[in-house]
Design a protein around this ligand. Structure first.
Ligand SMILES: Cc1cc2nc3c(=O)[nH]c(=O)nc-3n(C[C@H](O)[C@H](O)[C@H](O)COP(=O)(O)OP(=O)(O)OC[C@H]3O[C@@H](n4cnc5c(N)ncnc54)[C@H](O)[C@@H]3O)c2cc1C
Length: 408
C-alpha cells in the first residue's frame, strides 16, 4: 500500500492530510510533528489565545484524524531523510519508509543577533507554549518591550495593551510595517497604537539586549536604555529548511519548489511557510509567504499533486492582521507599483490599489474596522488574478462597484 509521510504537523500539513483523504487517496498517511499538540491555528496566538488564555485551537480533533485513517505522531521530530532509500529517521528511534514525502516544516522566529542560551525575559512568539509563557508574564502594569514593528509585534502590542500592560515597541527602520505595507496604511496603525497608549520608537538601532533576575534591558545605539519586565523579539521568521538541505534538496530562500510544489527530488513536495515558489501572476517571480491562507491553499494543492493532478499554483497572496478593532488586509504584491489609487469607504476605512506601469492591478491594501474592507479586497484579489487593468478614476470612486470593473 502506498505511503505518504508528511513532515510538520501545522496548518499546512494537517490540511494536506485531510485533503488527501477527501480526494480519495486510500494508502497510508503519516503526519509527524515535533510539537506536543495536534496541529493548531497560529493566528490566535497573538490575538484571542493570548488575551483569554484559550487552549490551542485545533485544526481538527483526534477523533477526526482517527476516522480519516491519518496516523499522527506528535512530539516526534524527523531527524533525517534518505531520499535514495526513501526512509525518514524519527527522534523516537524508529523510522518510516515512504513512497512520497511532503515537507511542511514551517518557519521559526528569527533570533536576535548575538543572543544565545535560555532567556526567560527575552522571548519570541511562534508556538502555543510561547503564548502561555508571555501571558503568564503579562500582568496589568507589566512593562513589555517589543522588538520589531511587523505584524506579530504589533498584534502582540495591541493584545498586551488590552491586558493592561505598559508597551514599548522598538523598530529599527524609520517606520513600522515597512515590508509590504504602504505608508498611509502603516500610519493609521501607528496612530491607533499611540492612541491606545503604546509607545512606538522607530529609526533606532539596538545595541544590546540583556536580562537578569530583576528585569530585561534594551540598550539603544542613541544611548537610551529601556528597562522592561519582558522583551519579545519579533523580527521575522526563517524557514525550517535544514532537514531538506541535509537531504540534498535545492534551497532558495526556503525549500525551492516548482509551480506544482515539487522539490528538486521528484517524489518530495514542500508547501506552506517553509517553501519558496514561482508566482504566476508576477512573472514567475520566486517568493516565500508566511500567511495562513497560503498554508491552507498549498496544503490542498500539494495533496492534489501528490495524487498526480499536476495543478499549478494559481492563488494571489493574501494576508490579514487584527489589531484592536482594526483589520488590515493585503492582496497581491505591491513592489512594482507605479500608480496608487485611494478609495475611501464608510467610517474612515480605505483601500489603496496598486497599479504597475502597464496599468495592471497588482496589489490592494485596505484598513478599517471589522470586515469593512473584506469584500472589496476579495474582489481586488479576483481582479489581480484576472490581470485586470481598471480605470483609475472608477477605482477611486466609492460608488463604482468593483464587480463591474472585474467584469470589464
Ligand atoms: C503569532 C502568529 C500570528 C499569526 N497571525 C497571522 C494572521 O493574522 N494572518 C495570517 O495570514 N497569518 C498569520 N500567521 C502566519 C500563519 O500562522 C502561518 O503562515 C502558518 O501557520 C504556516 O503554516 P505551516 O503549516 O506552513 O507552518 P507551521 O505552522 O510553522 O507548522 C510547521 C510545523 O512543523 C513542525 N516541524 C518543523 N520541522 C519538523 C521536523 N523536522 N519534524 C517534525 N516536525 C517539524 C513545526 O514544529 C511546526 O509545528 C501568524 C503566525 C504566528 C506565529
Amino acid at each position: 500500500m502506498s505511503h505518504i509521510v508528511i513532515i510538520g504537523a501545522g496548518e499546512c500539513g494537517a490540511r494536506a492530510a485531510f485533503a488527501l483523504r477527501e480526494k480519495g487517496f486510500d494508502g497510508r498517511i503519516t503526519l509527524v510533528g515535533e510539537e506536543e499538540h495536534l496541529p493548531y491555528e497560529r493566528p490566535p496566538l497573538s490575538k484571542d489565545a493570548l488575551l483569554h488564555g484559550h487552549a490551542p485551537k485545533l485544526v481538527s480533533d483526534a477523533a477526526r484524524y482517527a476516522e480519516a485513517g491519518i496516523a499522527v505522531l506528535t512530539g516526534v521530530t524527523v531527524e533525517s531523510i534518505d531520499p535514495t532509500a526513501k526512509i525518514v529517521q524519527l527522534s523516537n528511534g524508529t523510522s518510516r519508509d515512504y513512497d512520497q514525502l511532503l515537507l511542511t516544516t514551517g518557519a521559526r522566529p528569527r533570533p536576535f543577533p548575538g543572543l544565545s542560551g535560555a532567556n526567560h525575559r527575552i522571548r519570541t512568539l511562534r508556538t502555543h507554549g510561547d503564548t502561555v509563557a508571555i501571558r503568564a508574564a503579562l500582568q496589568p502594569d507589566t512593562h513589555l518591550a517589543i522588538i520589531g514593528g511587523g505584524f506579530i509585534g504589533l498584534e502582540l502590542a495591541a493584545t498586551a495593551r488590552k491586558l493592561g500592560a505598559q508597551v514599548t515597541l522598538v523598530e529599527g527602520l524609520p517606520r513600522i510595517l515597512s515590508r509590504g505595507v504602504p505608508e498611509e496604511v502603516a500610519t493609521v496603525v501607528a496612530d491607533r497604537h499611540k492612541a491606545e497608549g503604546a509607545e512606538i520608537i522607530c529609526g533606532v538601532k539596538i545595541q544590546e539586549l540583556s536580562e537578569d533576575r530583576d528585569g530585561a534591558r534594551i540598550r539603544l545605539e542613541d544611548g537610551r536604555t529601556i528597562a522592561a519586565d519582558l522583551i519579545v523579539v519579533g523580527i521575522g521568521a526563517v524557514p525550517n529548511v535544514e532537514l531538506a538541505q541535509d537531504a540534498g534538496l535545492v534551497i532558495d530562500n526556503g525549500i525551492a519548489v516548482d509551480e506544482h510544489l515539487r522539490t528538486s527530488v521528484p517524489d518530495i513536495f514542500a508547501a506552506g511557510d517553509c517553501c519558496s515558489f514561482p508566482l504566476r501572476h508576477y512573472g514567475g517571480r520566486r517568493v516565500r509567504l508566511e500567511a495562513w491562507r497560503n498554508a491552507q491553499d498549498q496544503g490542498l494543492l500539494a495533496a492534489a499533486n501528490l495524487m498526480g493532478a499536476g495543478e499549478a499554483i494559481a492563488s494571489v497572496p493574501w494576508f490579514w492582521s487584527d489589531q484592536y478593532d482594526l483589520t488590515l488586509q493585503i492582496a497581491g504584491l505591491a513592489d512594482g507599483t507605479t500608480q496608487t489609487i485611494r478609495r475611501d469607504m464608510a467610517d474612515g476605512a480605505f483601500i489603496l490599489f496598486h497599479l504597475d506601469a502597464g496599468g495592471r492591478l497588482i496589489a490592494a491594501s485596505g484598513i478599517g474596522t471589522g470586515n469593512a474592507v473584506a469584500r472589496d479586497i476579495r474582489l481586488a484579489e479576483m481582479m489581480i488574478a484576472a490581470g485586470v487593468r481598471p480605470d483609475p478614476v472608477a477605482l477611486a470612486a466609492a460608488e463604482t462597484k468593483l464587480k463591474s470593473l472585474l467584469a470589464a
